[in-house]
Design a protein around this ligand. Structure first.
Ligand code: PMV
Length: 331
């Protein structure tokens, strides 16, 4: 009899948080200190193939065809948790490709781990439900659970629930088809990874507690803005959450400065456009890229304005995308 091939391929898109997550309630279990609200992109894609085989002696992880030892540790950790829950012990080869720069504040770990849990679940035939997959993704990367879903997504803390967080879709992509322009100002990897940065912030920033305590109100405001499709309200609370997160990062010791001069120029330009009545707002994650979120009718104008700024190396355009999904399942 031909041996069973336990292989599957999944795709996932990065997501961008509009209400940010920064800080951990529980480092061991990777539980975020605050809830978050994000949009899933369609213009950037991670494709991951997982193949389990009883003959493999250990796990192998390749990113863009190359070994990536730091990420490999986290991949193995995620596979171990999945194997434990599925009651199997086989090793796997995981091959992942991003069609966008890795580790530059474009949430490649989010799409990477979302694609990994979906592909590994299909390859194992484990049949985990979305909540369990979201829990597995969240343990690997706090923002990855959000990439399991498309459109507008909320991750809530649920200390009394079956899982410590719950992730759900608030709106489908086509219900409010915003556009996103990512102004790339430095395609290189970021200096301080998010986990390290979060711990440093929690331990040393005098404003960390205020950041955590003020976050639920932002989440509520953003959820209501999304439900009402109120662009101005979403713009206000998103810029507030972004600047508050960077303020708490800057107040760590030593201060975490993820921006460069061009990041600031992009923010200024987006603010000028918004003051002129153009429906656009900015957000920035743990890296120097600026994401401009806008209504579809103004995106060409915003793109033109960002592309000409000195220091902007490219502008990547995206709409809202769907959640992580299996594209090939060979079992
Ligand atoms: O999921 P992580 O550990 O890469 O952290 C993500 C942190 C931010 O991107 C800065 C904010 C967020 O909510 O995505």
């Amino acid at each position: 009899m031909k041996p069973k091939i336990m292989q599957a391929t999944a795709v996932a898109h990065p997501n961008i948080a509009l209400v940010k997550y920064w800080g951990k309630r529980d480092v061991e279990r990777n539980i975020p200190a605050v809830g978050s609200l994000s949009i899933t992109l369609d213009g950037l894609t991670t494709t991951t193939t997982v193949r389990f085989d009883p003959e493999f002696e250990h796990d192998v992880f390749l990113l863009g065809g190359c070994e990536a030892p730091k990420m490999a540790q986290r991949v193995v950790g995620c596979l171990d948790r999945m194997r434990r829950r599925a009651g199997v012990s086989m090793h796997a080869v995981v091959e992942s490709e991003n069609d966008f720069p890795t580790a530059a504040g474009l949430a490649s770990s989010a799409s990477g781990f979302a694609a990994l849990v979906i592909a590994a679940d299909a390859a194992l035939g484990a049949g985990f439900d979305r909540s369990e997959l979201a829990d597995l993704a969240r343990q690997a990367s706090g923002s990855a659970a959000r990439s399991l879903f498309g459109g507008f997504v909320e991750l809530r803390l649920t200390p009394d629930g079956p899982y410590p967080t719950e992730t759900r879709q608030l709106l489908e992509p086509r219900a409010w088809p915003l556009r996103i322009l990512v102004a790339v100002t430095d395609p290189g990897p970021k200096a301080v990874g998010s986990t390290e940065g979060m711990l440093m912030t929690e331990l040393t920033s005098p404003y960390y507690r205020e950041w955590v305590e003020s976050s639920p109100a932002d989440l509520l405001e953003a959820r209501s803005a999304v439900e009402r499709r109120d662009f101005e309200a979403l713009a206000d609370v998103s810029e507030l959450s972004c600047l508050k997160m960077h303020a708490v990062m800057l107040s760590a010791r030593p201060g975490l400065v993820y921006w460069n001069g061009t990041t600031v120029e992009c923010i200024r330009r987006v603010r000028e456009l918004r003051a002129d009545g153009v429906a656009v707002f900015f957000t920035v994650d743990a890296g120097p890229q600026v994401k401009a979120v806008c209504l579809p009718e103004v995106y060409e104008r915003v793109e033109r304005d960002l592309a000409v700024l000195p220091g902007v190396t490219s502008v990547v355009e995206s709409g809202l995308g769907g959640g992580a999904r299996v594209v090939e399942d060979r079992r």
